[in-house]
Design a protein around this ligand. Sequence first.
Ligand SMILES: *Cc1c(COP(=O)(O)O)cnc(C)c1O
Length: 247
Amino acid sequence: MNQSNSGSGLAARWQAVRERVDAACRAAGREPSEVTILPVSKTFPIEVIREAVGLGLHRFGENKAQEIKAKFAPLADCAIAWVMIGHSQTNKVKEVARYASELQSLDRLELAEALHKRLQIEGRALDVLVQVKTSSEETKYGLPADELPGFLDALRGFDTLRVRGLMTLAVHSGDECEVRACFRMLRELRDQARIVGHDVARLSMGMSGDFALAIAEGSTEVRIGTAIFGERAYPDSYYWPERSPAS
Ligand SMILES: *Cc1c(COP(=O)(O)O)cnc(C)c1O
């Protein structure tokens, strides 16, 4: 890799992440082509995302609707697909409906209804993943697992929402067994949903710290921020309320 014209190290980190993801696939007896990497660019500025576009990346995860909106126009020439992965407030559906290509954090009927209304106005449809709560951590967003079958049935009523799969955040723990159990649970929920006819092939699970475990449990998409872009300048509690210490 030639990174001499770029002091940021982004190219080298991206390359290293792709190699680590590929290695995790092979270790799990899977093809690297089965696992997509979603670079998570939240908190990183326009110039950094432009540099990533230069590396061939065109799809980025963000966890705030306002941030997607702010980045959309300055990067409009890059044909980026913006993926909303954070908790969506119902009053922010306008931004999601207008600027996002996909929402991975659909976790309640109220949000589906609000999005559907707004998408009809925008004349658009949106790929969605249902975010499921797979750990008992109090702070985690996500649909309770036992509500998933009924929720997927209800989503059939919204033709603007194309349900593609499931998403989760594993428990924040050093215990690999606990983390893996979250990923395994999402895979099993996906398999059960497919048996009853839901088209939910995708499993978005795994982040910088736990993607190898997620891949071993069948992840089809890992959401990687820190390992690609470096440490975020803001604490996670600012951009990521669900990981903030109990207040
Ligand atoms: C920030 C974020 C990620 C990426 O986290 P890293 O640990 O930086 O890789 C993944 N998923 C969600 C929902 C996020 O908000």
